[in-house]
Design a protein around this ligand. Structure first.
Ligand code: 3HC
Length: 300
């Protein structure tokens, strides 16, 4: 049985190189965080050159932003940019000690990329997943070394949100868990040990909150009115937050929760229609101002 707290720190392995699977927005935010906080080389991979270039470009843009604000000097900016590289091949993971995936939220896709990475890395390399809702045990089940898989769940925007959920699967060993906690500490996050259950803790709580807002809108309340209802109660209006997280992720989370816990949760049909239509959220931007998207409202 697992201890209630973090495992023995002495078991933690040193992380000297990080691999990131994916170069989308979450993956790019992770690349920036790992490079800036740990000061180690970070290699990002994705399926095509364009995505990789976009991911590395995001990091360069963030570094330039810090430089412009005077938070770092030119030498540090050059150093950080030099740490982050990208490739369409996973060969650069060969000497990594910690690889984290931030690819499409689909079990089969995540299992597939972990299997590909396992063929490249050493048997001790930690395989971390930033899944927001999927089972860590199941994700590790087909691997040769399931004991090195761990959930490592961040929140948007990664640079500012302090929380990091650390989720061991059934077979995760103490060295992996200790390395995950030590790495989380190095990233200056508030780490919590979380059970491997659908959507973990934070997204399960958020699922109730967001589900009720979707229900309120589906029952006929305008989006902006529902959003204003939390003025002063939450840091961000719920549907603005949904745009930040991405409606597909929000929908996936609500569907996972409905499957696991039934009627306590709500998967909104209008959210489903929005995702099917590839809409970025309930809002659209007109002349620099965020307004409810009329096409989305028409779907309701
Ligand atoms: N990237 C990097 N830095 C960012 C950023 C971003 N996307 N957005 C904001 N920041 C930084 C700003 O640069 C600023 O830094 P500074 O003080 O050093 O200059 C700081 O954050 C504060 O920004 P602002 O003053 O512009 O804005 P606010 O005070 O309104 O705070 C917020 C912005 C922190 C994003 C706040 O609105 C918030 O907490 N929102 C809720 C976010 C949330 O709930 N996230 C969880 C989503 S669930 C999830 O991600 C899980 C997944 O599995 C679905």
């Amino acid at each position: 049985k697992r201890p209630a707290g973090a495992p023995d720190k002495a078991l933690a392995r040193k992380v000297t190189k990080v691999g990131i699977i994916g170069a989308g927005l979450m993956a790019s935010q992770l690349a920036m965080l790992f490079a800036r906080s740990l000061g180690v080389p970070v290699v990002m991979t994705d399926l095509d050159e364009d995505r990789v270039a976009k991911g590395v470009g995001y990091v360069h843009g963030e570094v330039d932003g810090l430089l412009a604000k005077g938070r770092i000097g030119q030498d540090k900016a050059n150093f950080l940019k030099g740490l982050v590289t990208g490739s369409t091949s996973k060969d650069g993971f060969a000497d990594a000690d910690f690889v984290i995936e931030a690819v499409f939220e689909e079990m089969a896709v995540k299992q597939q990329v972990f299997a590909e990475v396992e063929a490249v890395v050493s048997s001790e390399c930690v395989l971390a997943t930033n899944t927001s809702s999927l089972s860590i045990t199941q994700m590790a089940s087909e691997l040769e070394h399931p004991e090195r898989v761990v959930g490592f769940h961040f929140f948007n925007p990664v640079a500012v949100m302090p929380l990091l959920e650390i989720i061991p699967g059934e077979k995760t060993d103490d060295a992996t868990l200790a390395t995950a906690f030590a790495t989380g500490k190095g990233l200056k996050k508030t780490t919590i040990l979380v059970k491997d259950s659908p959507s973990f803790i934070t997204n399960r709580l958020l699922g109730r909150f967001m589900g009720e807002f979707s229900r309120i809108v589906d029952e006929g309340t305008p989006v902006q009115v529902a959003d204003r209802a939390v003025a002063g109660l939450a840091p961000m209006p719920p549907f603005v937050l949904m745009g930040l997280v991405g409606p597909a992720i929000a929908l996936h989370n609500s569907q996972t929760l409905v499957r696991a816990f039934g009627d306590r949760f709500y998967a909104s049909p209008s959210l489903e229609a929005m995702v099917a239509a590839r809409k970025p959220g309930y809002y659209t931007v007109v002349d620099g101002v965020q307004v409810p998207d009329p096409e989305v409202l028409a779907m309701q």
